[in-house]
Design a protein around this ligand. Structure first.
Ligand code: NAI
Ligand code: MG
Length: 496
């Protein structure tokens, strides 16, 4: 259907198996292997993609190292680096329709969201970091050792491995690639095996923009092979990872071999809190977005909904109504309000959690299973609202990463803070209130890297983002991320 309406996308998909980008060339995997990538709305195969494993990671690391040491990159002025990043933003915009459709076909997300958010935010990220390329400054240091002139240099770390998940393929790619390049690193980039297509298309745009060969290498493949090879590679100086907490821990262990630097953006079980003085209609709408946006496949999803007792029934029935009416369907269908989850594996994981919730005695207010009928071939899960969930329930503690919210009443704010913070995670929190004091008090108390007051899931390239506790370490975006992609050298000059 829509696929055929966009000739460039159809032609691109039909133009044969996709290859790996290594050293500025499109190459087959050393093993010759390919894997299939799917449309999660239909379960159909979209394309065959070369499957990188450790031999290909070796080749990509050699290409990235060569590029890092080459004059073409090393002697490139910061201004020129910034211009290349700006050019990427222009090319992303120029190919916006095509990228949006490809993102939706491969990920399942709503096409209107790919168009309005994923693609423009990806371009914006490149543009924001284009500006930073010329502004990464060292300092002069007023040391107290006599006759010394002391200053710092901010240098790129070197070859950076980047591993991303499938929930926001284009945006995650931009979050990783743009700041690392602005700082002058070279990259071995592995998209998720579920969603390699827009990353490969970005690879073509990197070449078109004029990045020197080997500066960006793109190597789709599976986690335990290609991903693990990146994490343990002695030739990689830093790994930036977004994904599950368990794989994050495996990456930390694997990094010990050469003590590569690691930054991690991991899972969450974020509390979203409604106080009785909130604009309740607005809070209900915002809390729907907090949990159901992107089918709930968002690391910051507001999956633990805490509502003050006096407004609990109103909120729960409001959300239950809206969720019941939500129209599930393929992302390319303009009438769809929620798409499929990413894969059979995620479908099973999410419905497995729903069954666990039922078994542990929680009440399903709406949803509670996979969607059938016309949608039976896709990986569609009904938006699901649970009540009667004790804090100790599995579905109240573990990240589900699907359209499933647990609604829990609370009495007062002190009790609430302790419950909200009782989690291994600390990525985000939402607060709905019109009371300024309560908003700031809670924002200070909650253990999370981002707090949203009367909004949820707001992001901007300028605003730092990252986790507390087992939601990871390091920050993305803003100038904070540049510290993650540079290292500081201190120079002492004896003036006597
Ligand atoms: P995952 O963490 O296994 O995969 C994310 C990325 O890591 C992919 O590129 C994958 O190929 C790679 N990877 C997997 N194993 C690896 C290894 N041993 N070494 C290096 N790289 C490896 O996540 P998965 O299996 O797709 O989803 C499972 C759960 O993880 C989800 O249900 C959700 O709870 C969580 N998750 C959280 C995300 C977030 O944004 N924080 C994103 C994706 C998943
Ligand atoms: Mg996994």
């Amino acid at each position: 259907m829509t696929m055929t309406e966009n000739r460039p996308v159809t032609e691109w998909l039909m133009s044969g198996p996709k290859k790996l980008l290594i050293g500025g060339e499109w190459v087959e995997a050393a093993s010759g292997k390919t894997f299939q990538t799917y449309n999660p709305s239909t379960g159909e195969v979209l394309a065959h993609v070369a499957e990188a494993d450790s031999a290909d990671i070796d080749r990509a690391v050699i290409a990235a190292r060569k590029a890092f040491e080459s004059d073409a990159w090393r002697k490139m002025t910061p201004s020129k680096r910034g211009q290349l990043l700006w050019k990427m933003a222009d090319l992303i915009e120029k190919n916006a329709d095509e990228l949006a459709l490809l993102e939706t076909l491969n990920n399942g997300k709503l096409l209107k969201i790919s168009r309005a958010a994923d693609v423009p935010l990806c371009a914006d990220h490149f543009r924001y970091f284009a500006g930073w390329a010329t502004k990464i400054e060292g300092e002069t240091v007023p040391v107290s050792v006599p006759n010394m002139f002391t200053y710092t240099l901010r240098e790129p770390i070197g070859v950076v491995g980047q591993i991303i998940p499938w929930n926001f393929p284009l945006q995650m790619a931009a979050w990783k690639l743009a700041p690392a390049l602005a700082a002058g690193n070279t990259i071995v980039f592995k998209p998720a095996e579920q969603t390699p297509l827009t990353a490969l298309r970005l690879g073509e745009l990197f070449l078109e923009a004029g990045f020197p060969p080997g500066v960006v290498n793109i190597v789709p493949g599976y986690g335990p092979t290609a991903g693990a090879a990146i994490a343990s590679h002695p030739g990689i100086d830093k790994v930036a990872f977004t994904g599950s907490t368990n794989v994050g821990k495996a990456i930390v262990k694997a990094s010990a071999g050469n003590l590569k630097k690691v930054t991690l953006e991991l899972g969450g079980k974020s509390p979203n809190i409604i106080l009785p003085d909130a604009d309740i209609k607005n809070a209900i709408r915002g809390s729907m977005n907090a949990i159901f946006f992107n089918q709930g496949q968002v690391c910051t999803a507001g999956s633990r909904l805490y509502v003050q007792k006096s407004v609990y029934d109103e909120v729960v029935s409001g959300m239950t109504d809206l969720a019941t009416k939500m129209r599930l369907g393929p992302g390319v269908d303009p009438g769809s309000e929620m798409g499929p989850v990413i894969s059979q594996e995620q479908l099973e994981r999410v419905t497995g959690y729903i069954e666990t919730g039922k078994r542990e005695g929680a009440t399903v207010r709406t949803g509670g299973s996979r969607a059938g009928g016309e949608l039976a071939n896709g990986y569609f899960v009904q938006p699901t609202v649970f009540t009667d969930v004790p804090d100790s329930a599995t579905i109240a503690r573990e990240e589900i990463f699907g359209p499933v919210v647990v609604a829990m009443p609370f009495e007062d704010m002190d009790e609430l803070s302790a419950r909200a913070n009782d989690s291994i995670y600390g990525l985000a929190a939402g607060i709905w209130t019109n009371n300024l004091k309560n908003a700031h008090k809670l924002a200070a108390t909650l253990q999370a890297g981002v707090i949203w007051v009367n909004t949820y899931n707001a992001f901007d390239a300028a605003a730092p983002f990252g986790g507390y506790k087992q939601s990871g370490y390091g920050r993305e975006m803003g100038h904070a991320v540049l510290h993650e992609y540079t290292t500081t050298k201190t120079v002492w000059v004896n003036l006597r």
